[in-house]
Design a protein around this ligand. Structure first.
Ligand code: GLC
Ligand code: GLC
Length: 825
């Protein structure tokens, strides 16, 4: 069952009921100011950091769900409603929500009154602009009452929802004309405030939540709205809000447009106040209001936003026989990549914005799907991330976006982290040809005095693996590898210990983690990523260094065949007792997905590749995607840690963890199995799950982290119960990796050090496809023909009329347009 449809021409998803199976959200903003907005206008805003600069309040895991947002209330002669249905939940005569690229339009109609609200964050602007168009379609005159509503968060979102003994006494506001300013702590240590304004006169306001809503009322029945009044309240402590009140009369057919702005302002310390030393200096705020205070300016801002996305989405455009592929590649997958690039895993409807900043491995991987969009921002990010690295190549696992400092509470020692940086820096160079990034001076541990070249960072990253090998010569697993839930050094038996941060005293002498537990996944990642490092060294003419690194890669490949090949697939690990994990010899968890894809793409062994792909299809594949491991763990294994705490079929315990599905899609395509690759791709691609949105639950336009696996429900004796149900939508490495899988491996358009490589691996039934790609200043018009209906194999390539050997289009400086015609066979 569907709850809306794609409008590809407008690049929108159109939701036609407010009662979606879960709130279906969108993101506004791409630089500093961000908002989350659900299809009923729930959500919140923050500046840069969802924890430290939370602007409005939101209630996670509330009953009912999705409480807190920017709400407009209408009281039309006793009928009270919101344009987005919630929170009042009066049945509307019609409802529609359009989530587009950086904007959302929600339209509700009731008793002949139509309210269309458009929300967006303009480019280079620290505020959310909301345009409300009220139209009287009733055929006779109408007078009604109208309220806006936003609830301020007292800045630090963590403190805001815990420290009530203080917070109930600190909230402060200021009101001037139609603008409500939020200035809690502004008179002391904060140099920022927020405001909520409307471009019209108002008939009153409220800034004290209890006065507006009523202590025993909810968002759905605010006492002022019910009474058709406002309290003109001035908050002094408790919970400050911002609500404008206005009486509106419209003739038959008449419309009224109001533009609201929710803005954020930072002030230089010496300019915070007016001469009285108390009143906010509003210069900057007024200038911001001036920018969007008319419908014309609003329209201009929207046009600018559209132009921005036209440009970004114009970089890669494909036309395949599958509409759903085109929709994912040309619109939604790229859009999600921007969001994951901006927010890592910090703020979504499943990530509270207070738990995690930017993940080292997460952000590096996010770059893979984003780098072609705005390479300069990717470069800046790479330098930020690398600056948190430690001189020995180890990494802080996370950093805060506001301070850009490594997070000491979580620390480091995640064995995979350094490798992702080699991959992301390589992706940046392949996209841009900008080798100068390798010379950039980048601090270690955020200490400028320890700055060295980016190449040095890559070198210590590579050798961090080589220097930390276990008894078999495989990389040590350390605290965890990519799978945060395989905690081989934890042995945790005490409730409340974090599997991610807890270090068992047992390993104190060894430096915090087992020197026996080894990760086959990191080995496979090393052999996949390593050749990029070698390629960079060769390009720089450092042949000796390149040969030395290559030796390590070759050695690792041999170790993998000698000590990690299980007969039909690669094992997962050796645990701290030296026992095999992910082997046919194990009782549960005999096969794991993670190492397989990277091992295949490392060309370790042809026969192993074949057997591995077959085993994956047999043991891991389902109609909803590939499960992470099989069989699921049905009990707690203290030597494995968190993975065995999840009931079977969920999360890392045999859930369909879509992120690593992409690695198999890439690997199958790489191995020439285009049909197999495409099968796995379409099992999880959001556009393909749209038809079963009632089961899938989360947004049909973006990937989620996890889909219930075939073992879901096994814990309660109802195996299969939530099989196919999605969770944790939006902020997942799945976005970047599936972008890579479809565009670079299946469609085969892959930036390489020497130019653009085109080597598709598609379903044999396809006649071919066309694509355009902007790459290093030139537009590539690509035509793929598949007359013999094969999956893979470039039989001939013609570039601008001349035959060229191989499948890498040589890069020619200064060329503006390149026509590439490829025939498969
Ligand atoms: C989450 C984390 C990611 C990790 C994955 C597997 O998605 O953000 O860093 O690799 O889970 O545990
Ligand atoms: C939990 C999650 C995992 C995530 C980690 C981040 O272990 O299961 O997916 O990566 O938390 O800290």
């Amino acid at each position: 069952m569907k709850f809306g449809h794609f409008d590809d021409a407008k690049r929108e998803y159109v939701i036609d009921t407010p009662r979606t199976p879960y709130p279906w959200i969108n993101y506004l903003g791409t630089q500093g100011f961000f908002s989350l907005i659900s299809n009923t206008a729930g959500g919140y805003s923050f500046y840069k950091d969802a924890r430290l600069r939370r602007i409005t309040r939101y209630r996670y895991n509330n009953v009912p769900i999705d409480m807190g947002g920017r709400y407009f209330y209408i009281n039309d002669n006793g009928t009270i409603w919101n344009p987005g249905w919630s929170p009042v939940k009066t049945e509307l005569d019609s409802y529609e929500c359009r989530h587009g690229m950086g904007y959302t339009v929600i339209t509700g109609k009731k008793n002949g009154l139509k309210a269309e609200v458009t929300f967006f964050v303009p480019q280079d602007y620290d505020g959310e602009v909301q345009q409300v168009v009220l139209t009287n379609e009733s055929g006779s005159g109408k007078t009604f009452k109208f309220w806006s509503f936003a609830e301020w968060c007292l800045w630090d979102a963590q403190d805001d929802c815990t420290n009530f003994q203080r917070n109930f006494s600190t909230g402060r506001v200021e009101i001037k004309g139609s603008t409500i300013y939020h200035k809690t702590e502004y008179r002391d240590r904060r140099n920022h405030f927020a405001f909520y304004t409307v471009n019209d006169t108002i008939d009153g306001y409220d800034t004290d939540r209890d006065t507006f809503i009523g202590l025993y009322n909810g968002f759905g029945d605010p006492q002022q709205v019910k009474a058709g009044t406002c309290g003109n309240s001035l908050a002094d402590g408790w919970s400050p809000i911002a609500s404008h009140y206005k009486e509106i009369t419209l003739k038959a057919g008449e419309s009224k447009t109001l533009v609201f702005i929710l803005g954020y302002v930072e002030m230089p310390v010496d300019k915070k106040f007016e001469a009285d030393g108390k009143t906010i200096n509003k210069e900057k705020a007024l200038a911001m209001m001036e920018k969007y205070n008319t419908p014309e300016k609003f329209a201009a801002g929207m046009a600018e936003l559209r132009a921005y996305w036209d440009k970004l989405l114009g970089i890669l455009n494909v036309n395949t026989p599958e509409d759903k592929v085109n929709r994912m590649v040309n619109i939604w997958n790229q859009y999600q990549c921007m969001v994951t690039f901006n927010l890592s895993r910090s703020a979504s409807y499943f990530e509270s914005g207070i738990g995690r900043g930017m993940g080292f491995r997460d952000s590096n991987q996010d770059i893979l799907g984003f780098v072609h969009q705005i390479p300069d921002r990717a470069r800046e990010r790479l330098i930020d991330i690398a600056s948190t690295q430690l001189p020995d190549g180890g990494c802080y696992h996370q950093y805060q976006p506001l301070t850009k400092k490594g997070n000491a509470d979580i620390g480091g020692d995640f064995s995979d982290d350094p490798l992702w940086m080699i991959l992301s820096v390589s992706a940046y160079i392949k996209e841009t040809g900008d080798w100068s990034i390798l010379d950039a001076k980048v601090p270690y541990d955020n200490d400028e005095s320890k700055a060295k070249s980016m190449l040095d960072h890559l070198t210590v990253s590579f050798y961090h693996i080589v220097k930390n090998l276990g008894p078999h010569g495989l990389p040590l697993a350390m605290r965890a590898d990519w799978n945060d839930c395989i905690n081989l050094s934890c042995f945790s038996d005490t409730p409340g210990e974090s599997f991610q941060t807890y270090t068992n005293p047992k390993f104190k002498k060894e430096g915090g983690y087992s020197k026996v537990a080894e990760s086959v996944f990191v080995a496979a990642l090393f052999t996949y990523v390593g050749p990029n490092f070698v390629g960079i060294l060769n390009h720089l003419g450092k042949k000796k260094d390149a040969a030395k690194a290559q030796k390590e890669i070759d050695k690792m490949k041999k170790v993998m065949m000698d000590s990690a090949w299980d007969g039909n697939w690669f094992m997962r690990a050796y645990d701290a007792n030296g026992q095999k994990m992910g082997s046919k010899e194990c009782e549960e968890g005999q096969i794991f997905i993670e190492p397989q894809g990277f091992a295949i793409m490392s060309d370790i062994d042809k026969d192993a590749t074949k057997k591995t792909l077959a085993a994956i299809d047999e043991r891991l594949n389902t109609k909803h995607g590939l499960v992470l491991n099989n069989p699921a763990f049905s009990k707690y294994y203290v030597q494995y840690g968190e993975i065995s705490t999840y009931p079977g079929g969920y999360k890392e315990n045999a859930g369909i963890f879509t992120h690593n599905n992409a690695w198999i899609i890439c690997a199958a395509a790489y191995a020439g199995e285009g049909d197999q690759a495409f099968k796995y791709y379409s099992e999880i691609a959001p556009a393909y799950t749209e038809e079963t949105s009632d089961l899938h639950k989360t947004e049909p336009y973006v990937y989620g982290q996890m889909i219930g696996g075939k073992d879901a429900g096994s814990d309660i004796g109802q195996t299969g119960k939530n099989f196919g149900q999605g969770k944790n939508s939006w902020l997942t490495g799945t976005a970047a990796w599936n972008m890579v899988a479809i565009s670079q491996y299946i469609l085969g358009i892959q930036p390489d050090f020497d130019g653009l490589k085109v080597d598709p691996s598609i379903p044999a039934t396809w006649d071919g496809f066309t694509a355009t790609r902007l790459f290093r200043g030139a537009k590539y018009n690509i035509t793929i023909k598949n007359p013999s209906h094969v999956c893979k194999g470039v039989k001939s390539m013609v570039v601008d009329g001349a035959a060229v050997d191989g499948c890498v289009v040589p890069y020619v400086e200064g060329k503006k347009e390149v026509n590439v015609e490829i025939t498969l066979g």
